[in-house]
Ligand binder design. Structure first.
Ligand code: C2O
Ligand code: CU
Length: 672
């Protein structure tokens, strides 16, 4: 069984445990009162069922512990003791007496009911406790179970607590609850001003003799100084992107109201050549929305990362901001607004960013053995047919936008001469992953998140799962028959490429490629690590800005209370990402790629797998390595941006880096 299945089963069993013990307890009370053998038998039956379910929960927990302590700690330390201890007493004392039809007294019904309270405590733990186990939550739940058990026991043994005691106890509990909840709500409110450059008490120490931020040891540098310094050099490429609302006409004629760059969704592709100094002027003509430009996956200097309240103030209506950075790395990336990113991206404030390599290798035929028959370019190489393909839901319509054409809410079409090498740069810009299929031709997954793989093998009819926010480059040589890039297995959503004759092939149906074992490379050997960080992802009740909700948590906490790792330039950091929940979390650290080391304990054999958006499924454990080579304050968050806005946002800070910008209620900046 997979960890995800164990977790799902555990959720069901958890409810059964509480239900059977409580039902058994009530039946035992009734049996004691009316001395009915039938009720005693029902009670005995429920106790047996409860024991079976409890044993099953113990077994599931052992299984989960095998997958990692993160999955089992809350159960072993809290939920199970609350039910197992009274449950064992019930099995030894209550059950035999129920079976002998001698059900009277506290000794029979008491342990069963108390096990029921313990079972309820287990349900509460599942809803409120994550990893690491919070001692406060554990104490409150244990206290509630004990607080309910004592009067129950006394009542069953014929000494119910006096009215005075009940009233006093009730009032005390109520007062405590009101004060505690009120305090928690108050302290969880987002402060008016929140400065992410202040890493007090997070263990930052200046290291003598080394500081790559340009600041002497112990000194500080602001993100605003971490910008492309060659201010005198004229940028090789300049772009202007204007944010404004517009009506977008989809290929079917349907019109969607959108927030756009330059009146288009996706916004104009920013395409440059490797090594060029790029300048992008952002103008905001939205009537009442602040915007920024974040370069997703690109290692820009921190000051150009475009995160409102961290690396700049959000650009207000009528304002502008100029981004400037050198396009050092080639590949497929995208840009999007990063102030209230969830609605902004959903509504259309994004576009592709492509950096062409200085010295392109033929992606279809890296060894250069020839064989292609399309047009030759000036260098005699067969001209590459190179396209961006953006998958996004506009309004309710799934769309496919090819290059800078209007998005198709169906099949986009391209004509490609047979024999032409093709590169498709596919980006998934929604909050959910997409399943891609390429049929009609064997192909290669040439690049992941902008990074070329060394020896991508040939794929036939295989499907690919692309993370929300991730990019895959697919390459192949155009055959004489049509080729179909299908989205989520549909034959009516995707890209149909035609050159010669023939009907469209059906969508690919083959197995989904495991991108962590795409090749036979030796597993990456990195380390020793200077630092190890764990992100345990979960969903539980939490207070977010004073509002109780089922939030998305990291290490049991929500934005802005998730602990900030403070790293030092040059450090090699191992990050273990654990998904305890039932949602997929495409985790995205800004400003860095991470080298994927292993998934679910299996070392990666893809030669090398660098990613900026990790598709961490339920129950999965990813180990990745991050080289701290880009000083700054870097957001890290789930790229299901609805999760990011419900708590799953945090950041990674470099020692000594400060920011003059604030997030928070009064700041007007909403990085999450
Ligand atoms: Cu595309 Cu903060 O992310
Ligand atoms: Cu998520």
């Amino acid at each position: 069984m997979t960890t995800a299945q164990l977790l799902a089963l555990d959720t069901i069993v958890l409810a059964l445990v509480a239900g059977c013990w409580l039902g058994g307890g009530v039946a035992a009370v009734l049996a004691g009162r009316d001395r009915s053998p039938r009720t005693a038998r029902i009670a005995a039956g429920l106790v047996v069922a409860a024991l079976v379910c409890t044993a099953l929960r113990v077994a599931l927990t052992v299984g989960l512990a095998g997958a990692g302590w993160w999955f089992a700690a809350d159960k072993l330390l809290l939920a199970l003791p609350l039910v197992v201890v009274p449950g064992l007493v019930a099995a030894v004392i209550s059950l035999p007496r129920l079976v002998r039809l001698a059900p009277g007294g506290a000794a029979v019904a008491g342990p069963i009911l108390i096990a029921g309270y313990g079972g309820l405590g287990g349900v509460a733990a599942a809803l409120t406790v994550s990893y690491p186990v919070s001692p406060v939550a554990a104490g409150v739940i244990t206290g509630l179970v004990a607080g309910a058990s004592v009067p129950t026991w006394r009542t069953l043994s014929g000494h119910p607590p006096s009215r005075r005691w009940s009233a006093a106890g009730g009032t005390a509990v109520l007062c405590f609850a009101v004060v505690w909840a009120g305090g928690a709500v108050w302290s969880s409110r987002l402060p008016d001003r929140l400065n992410l450059g202040a890493h007090h008490g997070s263990g930052a120490v200046a290291v003598p003799g080394h500081s790559g931020t340009g600041a002497p040891p112990g000194r500080q540098v602001s993100v605003t100084d971490l910008r492309e310094s060659a201010a005198t050099e004229r940028p090789a490429r300049s772009f202007t992107l204007t944010a404004r609302p517009a009506d977008i006409t989809l290929a079917s004629g349907r019109v969607v109201r959108a927030w756009t760059f330059d009146g288009r969704v996706p916004g104009p592709t920013v395409r440059v050549r490797q090594g060029e100094l790029v300048e992008v002027r952002l103008r905001n003509q939205m009537p009442d929305l602040a915007v920024t430009l974040h370069w997703h996956g690109y290692h820009v200097p921190a000051g150009d990362d475009g995160v409102a309240g961290v690396t700049q103030d959000a650009v207000r209506p009528g304002g502008e901001f100029v981004y400037r950075f050198r396009a050092t790395d080639p590949g497929s990336y995208w840009y999007h607004s990063h102030d209230m990113a969830n609605p902004a991206v959903r509504m259309g404030l994004f576009g592709m960013f492509v950096v062409d390599p200085v010295d392109p290798v033929d992606p279809v035929d890296p060894a250069g053995t020839g064989g292609a028959a399309g047009d030759k370019d000036a260098t005699g190489r067969t001209a590459l047919s190179d396209h961006t393909v953006v998958l996004h839901t506009l309004g309710v319509a799934g769309t496919v936008a090819v290059d800078d054409q209007a998005p198709a809410d169906g099949l986009a079409r391209l004509r490609v001469a047979p024999g032409t090498p093709v590169r498709l740069r596919v980006a998934a810009t929604d909050n959910v992953p997409r399943t891609l299929g390429l049929s009609g031709v064997p192909y290669r997954l040439t690049a992941v998140d902008g990074r070329d793989l060394t020896r991508p093998g040939r794929l036939d009819d295989r499907r690919l799962r692309l993370a929300a926010g991730g990019r895959y480059d697919l390459t192949f040589t155009m055959p004489s028959r049509p080729v179909l890039l299908s989205v989520d297995g549909r034959d009516d959503l995707g890209l149909l490429m035609t050159g010669g004759e023939g009907a469209a092939p059906p969508p690919a149906r083959g197995p989904v490629l495991d991108i962590t074992s795409y090749g036979q490379a030796a597993p990456p050997s990195t380390g020793p690590f200077d630092r190890e960080i764990t992100w345990v992802l979960d969903r539980r009740f939490a207070l977010l800005d004073g509002v109780p909700m089922l939030a998305h948590t990291v290490n049991g906490r929500v934005w802005p209370d998730i602990e900030t790792p403070v790293v030092r330039e040059g450090q090699l950091i191992k990050i273990t990402v654990v998904n305890r929940g039932r949602d997929t979390h495409p985790m995205h650290p800004h400003g860095h790629h991470v080298l994927v080391l292993s998934r679910n304990g299996r070392p990666v054999t893809t030669g090398p797998l660098w990613m900026d958006t990790l598709d961490v499924g339920p129950g999965e454990v990813w180990e990745v390595a991050l080289r701290a080579d880009n000083p700054g304050i870097w957001m890290s968050h789930c790229h299901d941006l609805s999760h990011a806005s419900l708590g799953m946002t945090f950041h990674l800070a470099y020692e000594g880096v400060t920011t003059p910008f604030d997030a928070g209620r009064a700041s007007g900046n909403h990085p999450e």
